[in-house]
Design a protein around this ligand. Sequence first.
Ligand SMILES: [Zn+2]
Length: 98
Amino acid sequence: MFSKKCVKCSSDLKWKTILKAVTISTGYKFECDYCKAKYSVGYISRLILMVSMLLPITIFQKYTDSIFGGWTLVVWFIWAIILNLIAPFWVSIRLEEK
Ligand SMILES: [Zn+2]
């Protein structure tokens, strides 16, 4: 299902590795677990991810508040987690080194 491959060694890039890149790492960078090739997450993907995370607490807050009431923050938190969990499946990655 998840078929992002390292362009250098053709091994599968792990979901967990990319997940770390979009969450806890600084600068959205990660390395291939096998050959240590350096990658970064594409700018457009970062932007889409950030905008999707912020939409519910900015533009749609009016609606989320009326639907979820006091639970808005909790729902937003879960929403942000889900977005991050599925991010490795669609973000574009690029090789850092030549
Ligand atoms: Zn590799």
